[in-house]
Design a binder for this molecule. Structure first.
Ligand code: ZN
Length: 338
């Protein structure tokens, strides 16, 4: 027979009385100073067990008992269906193993969110953002780069015309490519480089034009960058990075990273290492486009190889290869296969 010491409140006054609860089969008997009654266990409502907080047993007449003896209460009510949820909460709260498991699950959910959820969301947002918003982003990005890194092109007018015509040819026939445009710039610091910005802008440096041995090589780079435009990679990358900062800040409560987010946007555009998936998408697009225009596939590997050989020691600004890591691997693999 289970016996529990408890404090009894009659439910009408604040008076508290020490009592002992005796559990008999199917019934409870409460005995103490001026208290002596018994009732059916089925009519008593115990509060759920939460960690080791005090339990209340509520009786039909509005009176209640309060006790710290959780285990005894559990024994009394064992097998009664109403107790099951409370016991589950207690299990989760009191066992370190479960707590660690819950923590691991949270971390896994966070990881999955960052790895799969955010890219999927960013893709959806990038493709449903009004064109005016993306245009404004692209305009700001180009203006920012013009201020700090780019200077006007020094290529002769005829050469510029030829490159623009090449770009238009590669982009022709693509849905929504009417807004795509090529911006020619000179940049000592960026070196031989090409960037795809939000809103359909491809920036190509004079340095890359001079490094190329043929227009096929330039076409290969442009086709790859148009591939990034088609899939809105710059915008998606921007959205992903911002969302990741927000999610991590929300979960960890560390808000300092958000403050630096706004000021970091232009740098993020430039530094963004495209993921392997993005590079693969851009590569697939480039190979398709090159094939359609009769441009040999090895042109791309050839220009990448030449960029690599020219690679200077100044690493303050990311160069084309460091922002296109997977492409570089691909070029190396295609060279090795031959
Ligand atoms: Zn790329």
């Amino acid at each position: 027979m289970t016996q529990v010491t408890a404090r009894y409140y009659d439910g009408k006054t604040s008076q508290q009385r020490e009592v002992v609860i005796w559990a008999e089969p199917g019934r409870l008997r409460v005995i103490g100073d001026g208290v002596d009654f018994s009732c059916a266990i089925a009519e008593v409502r115990p509060s759920p067990r939460v960690g080791n907080t005090r339990r209340h047993l509520r009786f039909a007449d509005g009176s209640l008992c309060e006790t710290e003896d959780n285990d005894a209460v559990d024994r009394i009510f064992a097998g009664l269906p109403s107790e099951a949820p409370g016991r589950l909460i207690h299990l989760w709260e009191s066992r370190f193993g479960y707590a660690a498991l819950a923590l691991a699950l949270t971390a896994a959910a966070l990881w999955a969110g960052i790895t799969y959820g955010i890219p999927a969301l960013a893709k959806q947002v990038a493709f449903s953002l009004p064109p005016s918003t993306e245009k404004a982003l692209g305009r700001d990005a180009l203006a920012g780069l013009d201020r700090v890194l780019l200077s006007p092109t020094r290529l002769p007018a005829a050469r510029r015309e030829k490159l623009r015509a090449l770009f238009s040819r590669l982009a022709s026939g693509l849905e929504g490519a009417g807004d795509y445009r090529l911006e020619l710039r000179s940049s000592k610091r960026l070196g031989a480089n090409a960037l795809a910005l939000p809103s359909g802008v491809v920036v190509l440096t004079d340095q890359l034009v001079r490094l190329a041995h043929s227009d096929d090589e330039i076409a290969a780079v442009l086709a790859h960058e148009i591939g990034h435009l088609r899939h809105r990679h710059a915008l998606r990358r921007l959205l992903q990075d911002s969302a990741t900062v927000l999610l991590v800040a929300a979960v960890t409560g560390d808000l300092t990273s958000i403050v630096s987010l706004a000021s970091a946007l232009p740098a993020m555009l430039l530094q963004a290492k495209y993921s392997r998936d993005f590079e693969r998408e851009a590569d697939e697009f480039a190979l398709d486009t090159m094939q359609r225009h009769g441009i040999p596939a090895e042109s791309f590997a050839a220009i990448l190889l030449r960029i690599e050989q020219r690679r200077g020691a100044s690493a303050d600004v990311p160069d084309y290869l460091s922002t296109h890591p997977a492409t570089r691997e691909r070029a190396a693999r295609s060279r090795a296969a031959r």
